[in-house]
Design a protein around this ligand. Structure first.
Ligand code: CA
Length: 253
């Protein structure tokens, strides 16, 4: 249960803002209507391009204070998979690639286990097969928004020695120079930088970056560590940052 302070804080905030990207008008309108009745602020887009556009505009809105700039403009995205201009999977991938952790609920007539797994693998938080009842949709939105609410915002900048990782910008500076990392490399480095000088087992790292199902596929992890070394280390064959501890795992710095 929420404490009275949390209730007060919640009451004083703007209503939670939800973006719906769905090309089918009847479904889009039905969802928007139901959510508005629950006092959510709702914006809609009829295709992927319009949705991305709204998200970009949202983050540059006028009237935001400096502090607001580091927060997202939407609190939740409801995303249809089959859109006229792009697949929801691609959109999901693109959003995560930009470093956003906006909660994403996929709604789709494609309801095979494979589709659900693909959606979740690409960074969606939940997957609701069509047709669905509005009460279930609202309940799932509430869960995602609550989970998001409970997450403490990580510090935007992580600095270890001469490496600076900016979580909001999804950028990494090494010895004064920005380097390009893939999303998995970035996630891996983030975990290392959140736990400097600690031994992290390969199981822990696999679970955090690739999920529980991937545990055991250490080759993938080792390859990513090698790629990270090539980008971080002065001499990748004699690593000073990312140390292998045979039989234990890896230690950063
Ligand atoms: Ca559709």
């Amino acid at each position: 249960m929420l404490t009275s302070e949390a209730n007060k804080a919640r009451a004083s905030r703007r209503p939670e803002r939800i973006l719906i990207i769905e090309d089918e008008e009847s479904i889009r309108e039905a969802i928007a209507h139901s959510l508005q009745r629950e006092s959510y602020e709702v914006l809609t887009a009829v295709n992927g391009t319009a949705g991305l556009d709204l998200m970009q505009k949202g983050s540059m809105q006028q009237g935001l204070t400096q502090a607001d700039h580091s927060t997202i403009a939407f609190d939740l995205l409801i995303l249809d998979l089959m859109l006229p201009d792009m697949s929801g999977f691609d959109l999901c991938r693109q959003i995560r690639h930009q470093g956003s952790n906006l909660p994403i609920l996929i709604i789709s007539a494609k309801s095979s286990e494979g589709d659900r797994v693909t959606g979740l693998d690409l960074g969606a938080d939940d997957y609701l097969p069509k047709p669905f009842g509005m009460r279930e949709l609202i309940a799932r939105c509430r869960v995602l928004l609550r989970r998001w609410d409970a997450l403490p915002l990580p510090p935007p900048l992580l600095t270890v020695r001469d490496i600076v990782l900016n979580l909001h910008m999804a950028s990494v500076i090494v010895r004064g120079k920005e380097i390009a990392l893939s999303p998995k490399e970035f996630q891996l480095l983030e975990i290392f930088m959140l736990h400097p000088r600690q031994v992290l087992t390969r199981e822990q790292l696999m679970k955090q970056v690739w999920g529980r199902e991937a545990i055991g596929d250490y080759k993938t992890l080792d390859v990513h560590v090698r790629w990270l070394r090539e980008k971080l280390e002065i001499n990748p064959s004699q690593p000073e940052y990312l140390i292998t501890l045979r039989g234990f795992g890896y230690r950063f710095c």
